[in-house]
Design a protein around this ligand. Structure first.
Ligand code: SAM
Length: 214
């Protein structure tokens, strides 16, 4: 069975998105804003339905699609905090939260996650942390992410295989991508070898890791 056939088959079981998210997904595609793909949508929907997180942290808002998506399946009293640094996307995300009447349950923190993560307090801890920002920076965020994770909390990291590039020898990739390549391998190693976490690597979509706090 080819991978394409398998994907088409699996895709045929995808659930319909609510109308406003379908429109937002279409807008993102038309304007080249990268947002979570159906496989990540399915995984997040499953995890959120199962774990019923009351506090979610997202690193990488873009225009708010995934934050809104998560809010659809989260418990009513769940609060989502999401971080974005790109000035052009911030007003669009805010507008999308308001239009969906979710501005009171989704807080957008504006700025670089490197600064914001270290300023957040772990008092309550986040039950689910979704990493979807610049891939080369994940390794630098990791200590803060673990610090902010509640006991039994889960870290979901997207795009860890970088379109398959991560499997290549570092000599086969361009110098520009070599740093990201090294850092992402370092990140996966850190996740899988940290005594505080149990991590599984899922070879779906562009590679996803799930890490649970022990
Ligand atoms: C893949 S997009 C996020 C997509 C979004 N999670 C969704 O599915 O709707 C990644 C976003 O992370 C933001 N980003 C990258 N590095 C960041 C950083 N260090 N701090 C804050 N935001 C960052 C980018 O500006 C970009 O909008």
């Amino acid at each position: 069975m080819t991978d394409e056939r398998l994907q088409t088959f699996l895709h045929s079981f995808d659930k319909e998105l609510p109308e406003y998210l379908r429109k937002l997904e279409k807008y993102a595609k038309e304007t080249d804003v990268p947002i979570i793909r159906p496989q990540m949508q399915n995984l997040l929907r499953f995890l959120i339905t199962w774990k019923k997180p009351l506090r979610i942290l997202e690193v990488g808002t873009a225009i708010g699609f995934s934050a809104l998506f998560m809010s659809e399946y989260a418990p009513k009293d769940c609060h989502i905090t999401t971080i974005e640094k790109y000035e052009k996307r911030i007003p669009l995300a805010k507008e999308n939260f308001s239009k969906a009447e979710k501005a009171d349950i989704i807080t957008l923190l504006e700025g670089d996650a490197a600064d914001i993560l270290s300023s957040l307090s772990p008092d309550e801890g986040f039950d689910l942390i979704f990493m979807d920002a610049a891939k080369g920076q994940y390794i630098h965020f990791l200590e803060n992410i673990i610090r902010l994770l509640s006991p039994n909390g889960i870290i979901v990291s997207d795009n860890i295989l970088q379109e398959g590039e991560l499997l290549e020898s570092k000599y086969a990739i361009t110098r520009r991508n070599r740093t990201i390549h090294n850092r992402m391998r370092e990140y996966i190693y850190a996740l899988t070898h940290d005594d505080r976490l149990e991590t599984i690597i899922l070879p779906i979509a562009d590679g996803i890791t799930l890490s649970v706090r022990k």
